[in-house]
Design a protein around this ligand. Sequence first.
Ligand code: CO
Length: 136
Amino acid sequence: MFGRIDHIGVAVEDIDAAIELYRDGFGMELAHRETVESQGVEAVLLDVGDGHVELLAPLGPDTPVGKYLAKNGTGLHHVAYAVDDIDSALEKIAAAGIQLIDSEPRVGIRDSRVAFLHPRSTGGVLTEIVEPAGGH
Ligand code: CO
């Protein structure tokens, strides 16, 4: 069902400082930068092989990533698996008894369709599935 790891999500306080590390320090190409209002984040994608690192900085303390940072500090936030058909994948995951945060896909970065699974059902790993927009 999962084609590959699409990205790992990293929660950061300061997105420019994080870009310095990943782009200038690690030599990854900055592929995309976007404010995703619906998720309350400023997000940056950097290329690494076929996948990405997704840096996430909260737009405010009352956003999901803002609350995550207050509780856990900066660091790994989620892992995202690529799927060809997110509707069918969500159906199969729900049928397997795995708890969903998003029962319907929503629009993610770069016009992808994404959904999150509850870490209660995934051994504590916040898990995202992503159907990239065409030509990704
Ligand atoms: Co993500």
